[in-house]
Design a protein around this ligand. Structure first.
Ligand SMILES: C[S@@+](CC[C@H](N)C(=O)[O-])C[C@H]1O[C@@H](n2cnc3c(N)ncnc32)[C@H](O)[C@@H]1O
Length: 288
């Protein structure tokens, strides 16, 4: 009978050869509470965000990452609302569209400052909550459910200002670009635009990105509504190619380019004016 030998112990893996799963095991352990976003929540934006907002508490977590009472969310978002009002020159003569209005925080803070405010969202649950939350906010507030990721609900040159707060960072790059083009279309001449994104080059931003990479590595799938990460040069290019002229007085791209490690550099913000129609250089046909 042949002697059975114990299998030789596997040589310890060298750190430099470890895959992302091993290197991040300690950081994002399997026991950690799974994040609320997950591929099973749906394959399109409407299903995903509607599944994320079944109850008020879930809608708060989907929007701000944790349960936040009304007073707290109003307080926390006041600073950004002021920034949006100033950068987009919103006043009682202006009509404003917010895309991805969520549970209505900015409808409440920004809407009453405008002549007309329209809050639109891909999820009917979010719109329902925004409508209920702003019932007594005053001003002319309207809401719309988008049937797809575009602004086909709205005619050309309808609004003086269009903004997306923490929305385009949750869609595919192609969909974000289409939204930039759509925003330009519905803006009046000289209309103004705002959108915020997450910075891939900022250390905390990159850590968040690593977490998503780790999840993708474990499950082999992606949640459609996950956060996406961008860099300042790519946002400059997408804005230019959408016919939006970056306003350097208000945009937060330079700060990020000059000092990407600063905490404030986590967020990249495009503030722009409606510009000339872009030249995509496709007159000769599509590249093959
Ligand atoms: C993180 S929340 C931000 C909500 C709100 N802007 C705020 O800051 O309070 C993202 C919102 O964008 C909406 N959304 C996600 N994808 C969208 C899309 N493709 N088109 C329009 N809205 C979308 C979601 O339903 C959700 O309400």
């Amino acid at each position: 009978m042949r002697e059975r030998r114990a299998a030789p112990a596997a040589a310890p893996r060298r750190r430099e050869n470890m895959g992302i799963r091993d290197r991040l095991k300690t950081l994002f352990s399997a026991e950690a509470k799974p994040p609320p976003w997950h591929p099973d929540r749906g394959e399109d934006y409407t299903t995903f965000w509607t599944s994320m907002s079944q109850t008020d508490a879930e809608a708060q977590i989907a929007t701000y990452g944790r349960e936040v009472g009304d007073a707290e969310r109003i307080q926390t978002c006041r600073y950004i609302a002021r920034y949006i009002i100033e950068a987009l020159e919103i006043n009682e003569t202006k009509s404003v569209l917010e895309v991805g209005c969520g549970i209505g925080t900015f409808a409440y803070l920004v809407g009453p400052k405008a002549k007309r405010y329209v809050g639109a969202d891909i999820s009917p649950h979010m719109v329902e909550r925004a409508r209920a939350f702003t019932r007594d906010a005053g001003g002319r507030l309207e809401f719309a459910v988008l049937s797809r990721s575009d602004l086909s609900n709205f005619a050309d040159e309808t609004f003086d200002a269009v903004f997306f707060e923490a929305v385009l960072m949750h869609v595919a790059r192609e969909d974000a670009f289409n939204y930039l083009c759509e925003a330009r279309r519905v803006l009046k001449p000289a209309g103004r635009f705002y959108a915020s994104f997450q910075n891939l080059l900022q250390p905390l931003g990159f850590k968040h990105f690593l977490r998503l990479a780790c999840e993708a590595d474990q499950t082999g799938r992606h949640a459609i509504g996950r956060v996406r990460f961008h860099t300042a040069p790519e946002l400059r290019h997408l804005a230019k190619m959408a016919g939006l002229e970056i306003d350097p007085r208000h945009a937060r791209l330079e700060l990020v380019e000059n000092d990407p490690a600063r905490h404030e550099a986590r967020t990249l913000t495009i503030v722009a004016a409606k510009g000339e129609p872009p030249d995509w250089g496709v007159a000769d046909g599509w590249p093959v």
